[in-house]
Design a protein around this ligand. Structure first.
Ligand code: CTP
Length: 400
């Protein structure tokens, strides 16, 4: 996977710089084109000449040391790179990147690149545990940077008691695994709806539900990371997305969601309806604020359109997936919805279970496909659950 790839190896100053020599060498041996960029402090540990010999390319250190008058080196390297690996990444370079500071060649280039960036931290264990460092890493991870740490998977999420640079072979393995993963949904178009809808009573009041949109947003983010082009139709939520392959369309009401889903339905490969759509809306919407009066108030409600059912009825090639939020008999109701709405699969969510359902960051679900094959996803982060769901969908699409 790294063969023929243009890899920028950013080396910042720590004792682990010696391991970056092995990394540069192994990447080159695997057929990658490697350009090394060192911070000033990294040059105190290992001479640039070592990296030049191992990468067979000039080493970049000083932003103003422009060797070719036709090019601006930091922009040129930033554009050239398919992948950037920062190893070792000190607390300093992590802090700069998380705060947009560009005061040397490496930090400037990292701000300018659109390459996938992998960060392999190395620092003292207490520095690693410092809230400033943790916050910077979390910020970078939220922006889509990938961390590679000893003892964790290809994407690290926990930052407990670590600080040693991961071994060069494992760094390459982690990058390769992640690059492979990006291929899973490459070229696929995915439409996802997320969040609640809001049905107005008057200018100051509305009916809604507890959906936070987190599950739908996790699906959108992971699908984009797996290479898909994602359209996310979102009800009103506080969640944010920031991925170049996600196009977000904001809606408020069930009717607006219906319009947006139908307008974007054709040509999709996968459609996932994770939104919690209102089944009823006030029949009469008042232009003025309703004033209180003696006695009870009755509001007559009328049915909204069942968006998913309508999508199921006009399905062509889309793989259509619904969600079922249930508090009792989840499997029975889930199966019924799968059949009634002409779905290819349904994600059944027992929202009464501890750690599952609305608002939280975790979920546990059952994925049920058309062949009535059942896959359980036990309690995990919504991102992890989203990954599993997308893997099941990919498997079932290949089986079709
Ligand atoms: N759904 C929809 N339009 C609606 C209601 C629901 O598209 N008006 C979709 C949801 O996005 C979800 C699936 O249908 O993917 C199931 O939603 P859920 O609220 O669990 O069930 P309902 O179909 O509303 O059925 P019930 O109220 O009987 O549970």
């Amino acid at each position: 996977m790294v063969n023929q790839k243009n890899i920028l190896l950013g080396v910042s100053g720590g004792i682990a710089v010696y391991k970056a020599c092995a990394l540069a060498s192994k990447l080159t041996q695997k057929g990658a084109n490697v350009k090394v960029m060192m911070t000033e402090s990294a040059t105190k540990f290992v001479s640039p000449l070592t990296f030049q010999a191992l990468s067979r390319n000039p080493v970049y250190i000083d932003t103003f040391d422009e060797k070719n008058p036709k090019k601006i080196a930091h922009i040129d390297v930033a554009d050239w790179a398919d992948i950037a690996i920062i190893a070792p990444a000190t607390a300093n370079i992590i802090g700069k990147l998380a705060n947009g500071i560009a005061d040397d060649m490496l930090s400037t280039t990292l701000l300018a690149t659109e390459a996938d960036v992998y960060i392999a931290p190395a620092m003292n264990v207490h520095m690693y545990a410092h809230p400033a460092v943790m916050q910077n890493m979390q910020q970078l991870e939220a922006w889509g940077y990938h961390f590679i740490e000893p003892g964790s998977g290809y994407l690290a999420c926990g930052y407990v008691g670590k600080g040693r640079l991961e071994e060069p072979e494992s760094i390459i393995q982690a990058v390769e695994n992640h690059q492979n993963r990006e291929q899973l949904l490459a070229g696929k178009k995915v439409l996802i709806s997320a969040g609640p809808t809001r049905e107005k009573v008057d200018p100051v009041r509305f009916f809604t539900n507890r959906s936070s949109g987190k599950m739908g947003y996790a699906l959108a983010e992971v699908a984009a990371e797996l290479g898909a082009e994602v359209t996310l139709v979102s009800g009103p939520v506080s969640e944010q997305v920031n991925h170049p392959r996600i196009k977000r369309i904001d809606v408020l009401t069930a009717e607006e969601m219906y319009e947006a889903m139908h307008a974007n339905y054709a040509n999709q490969d996968i459609v996932i309806k994770a939104a919690a759509v209102a089944d009823y809306r006030p029949k009469l919407v008042h232009d003025q604020k309703v004033k209180k009066q003696d006695g009870n108030l009755q509001i007559e409600m009328e049915r909204t359109k069942d968006i998913l059912k309508s999508l199921g009825e006009m399905k062509t090639n889309q793989f259509l997936v619904g969600f079922a939020a249930e508090t009792n008999n989840p499997m029975d109701y889930g199966k019924k919805k799968l059949l009634q709405k002409h779905l290819d699969a349904i994600v059944i969510n027992d929202v009464s279970a501890e750690g599952a359902g609305f608002e939280g960051d975790t979920n546990m679900v059952t994925y049920l496909n058309e062949a009535m094959q059942q896959d359980e996803v036990s309690l995990a982060s919504k991102r992890e659950v989203a990954t599993r769901i997308l893997e099941f969908i990919d498997r079932d699409m290949k089986d079709e």
